[in-house]
Design a binder for this molecule. Sequence first.
Ligand SMILES: C[S@@+](CC[C@H](N)C(=O)[O-])C[C@H]1O[C@@H](n2cnc3c(N)ncnc32)[C@H](O)[C@@H]1O
Length: 332
Amino acid sequence: MDFNRLASLASAHAEARAIQVALKLGIFEAIARRPLDADELAGDIGCDRRAAALIANALVALELLLKHEDRFTLSAAAQRFLIRASPQYLGGMNLFDEAIFPLWSRLEDSIRSGAPARTPDMFQQRPEETARFIRAMDSLVRARGDAVWLAENLDHSQIRALADVGGGPGTYLVELMRRRPQLRGAILDLPATLAVAREILSERAADIAPRIELIEYDYNRHEMPSGFDAVLLSNIIHSEDVQANRAMLGRCYRGLGPGGIVIIKDHIMNAALTEPAAGAIFSLYLLLTTPGRDYSFDEVAQWLREAGFGDIRCRPLPAPPFSSSIVTARKG
Ligand SMILES: C[S@@+](CC[C@H](N)C(=O)[O-])C[C@H]1O[C@@H](n2cnc3c(N)ncnc32)[C@H](O)[C@@H]1O
């Protein structure tokens, strides 16, 4: 690794904060309405003039704004990813990162103690936190295209009823159900999340929403409702410890009929737990907020076999932009 790479990695919090704070202050939305100079920007977002000029110049350096004769406009990347109306809006994820940024200052404590930096409640205690978390998931998946990739590349032709366990905003289910008018689908999740899912579905999938059943469900406590021939666990196992994952896969197995399949989508790590790099780094976020981490294929396959599943396969999504894989397994 050369100096430039190390130096930019080691100070990347500055760039991240500039983007997160610009989103929070509404800088991109203000400039999307009309080109602005620094004085006008400061007036529009209610901030100090000198400071508004500094952050706008920094955003030009980050290739998110363009500057021409003292006026700022959006770059193509900002228009595509940082404006709420865009179908590829990533800002929901960036605003979640903004809200949890203080947790990263507790990383040292978590490394010393092994304990999370907040109660690992999956952001269920306060409605605004739940909404920010669930909208972040939806935003990331739509901006990167995971759900479209899954719908186009997973062979789901034999699936008649899909349980999206911990399905959150239902981003995957919506893409699958758009392509499969006969598919029955349900989001099985905690009550606070389901309230947000209901809002998101009515905002942007009103055509599909009536076909999606919302079922209050705790995957750590409840047996699976019957009637599903496939279970999707997308970004679920990484939030739980080994024991909880073993128990969860046992419930999936018991809930499925013969031939039923489980589809796990997550960072699936190499045996050394160091690759993909995004997964090794994401495990630090999981340390701060959950009892989980990213797991290797060997670990996941072992739990699946113990639960009774066979025909276990792993398929990485193309990287970049993706860093996750799909593991499928079948009940004999
Ligand atoms: C990281 S999000 C993943 C959302 C979605 N599957 C995706 O990939 O975009 C984790 C989801 O699991 C849900 N969840 C967390 N603990 C749960 C539990 N004990 N029972 C059911 N759902 C749970 C959360 O509410 C959230 O929707």
